[in-house]
Design a protein around this ligand. Structure first.
Ligand SMILES: NC(=O)c1ccc[n+]([C@@H]2O[C@H](COP(=O)([O-])OP(=O)(O)OC[C@H]3O[C@@H](n4cnc5c(N)ncnc54)[C@H](OP(=O)(O)O)[C@@H]3O)[C@@H](O)[C@H]2O)c1
Length: 268
């Protein structure tokens, strides 16, 4: 049975992927940590769209998590036709204010599990006639982001990895898209330690996913879902100017969030 594997499907952008792919009558494997939410969503989508939706609770920041997902698919006789690597979170602050254990979890989730899952499922995806990989990056991927340092770098990794894979798989039946949303009102802001007000007027998760699916259908490599002037302008600026502009904007944001403590490195 062909399925779409969606990570981070319990809420936000991932849940929306589940809803829109179910509406396309694809069977689903929903992966995240919150078992109750996954089961409730799987049940609802099965009833509404007459599909099969499997809930696979799993902490993807743990070593060998990707192998557990792949083993589950094999044991259940499920063949991935779509892989949506969406699970991820951010951490805001100066590097030394972040807990190392959380940083490690973020790097494991945002980068390592994404690569491992792609690596493990690619042989099956190659067997399909119209297979898809959608990796959720971010507009943060296009420049260094002070105070969002490792998160933004992890998304640059996702962007470059996805673009490389897109070219590597050119001429095959596997299409790879790096989906780069801007601020989207989900749980992301709160998890990252940001002021949720910054996300309130962002693009909805439904619209991000709608645009992402259209871009994947069209075989695009990268989609930035919002027309953000700075992202466009940055293509023409020298690197030092991009870096300084990013630093200026980041300091303003930290001030706006009333977190000057995080914006100023602690004194020795
Ligand atoms: N919202 C934005 O403004 C924005 C902008 C650009 C890019 N993005 C990217 O979009 C993606 C989805 O984020 P979102 O906005 O939808 O945030 P969200 O509402 O916080 O959802 C994050 C999803 O990831 C799952 N997740 C978190 N840690 C996990 C772990 N260790 N193992 C397995 N699953 C885990 C969460 O489920 P559980 O808690 O149940 O595990 C949840 O389903 C992320 O990659 C994020 O970086 C978001």
């Amino acid at each position: 049975m062909n399925v779409a594997v969606i990570t981070g499907a319990s809420m936000g952008i991932g849940e929306e992927f589940a809803r829109q792919l179910a509406a396309r009558r694809l069977d689903l494997v929903l992966v995240a940590r919150s078992e109750d939410k996954l089961r409730a969503l799987a049940g609802e989508l099965e009833r509404r769209h007459s599909i099969r939706a499997h809930a696979f609770p799993c902490d993807l920041s743990e070593p060998a998590a990707a192998e557990r997902v792949a083993t589950y698919l094999t044991e259940e006789g499920l063949h991935p036709g779509w892989l949506v690597n969406n699970a991820g979170f951010g951490l805001i602050g100066t590097l030394d204010s972040m807990e190392l254990v959380r940083l490690r979890q973020m790097m494991m989730l945002n980068m390592v599990s994404l690569v491992e899952l792609t690596h493990l499922l690619l042989p099956q995806l190659r067997l399909g006639r119209d297979s898809r990989i959608i990796n959720v990056a971010s507009t943060a991927a296009f420049q260094p982001v002070p105070f969002f340092n490792v998160y933004a770098a992890s998304k640059t990794f996702v962007l470059n990895f996805s673009e490389a894979l897109h070219e590597e798989l050119r001429g095959t039946d596997v299409r790879v898209l790096a989906l780069c949303p801007g601020p989207t009102p989900t749980n992301f802001g709160e998890t990252s330690g940001m002021d949720p007000r910054l996300f309130q007027r962002g693009q909805s998760a439904a619209s991000v996913v709608r645009m992402g699916l259209r871009a994947s259908d069209a075989g695009r490599a990268v989609l930035v879902t919002q027309r953000l002037l700075p992202i466009f302008l940055m293509r023409f600026l020298p690197r030092f100017a991009v870096r300084m502009a990013a630093g200026y904007v980041a300091r303003m944001m930290m001030k706006k969030m009333d977190r000057p403590d995080r914006a100023t490195p602690p004194k020795a």
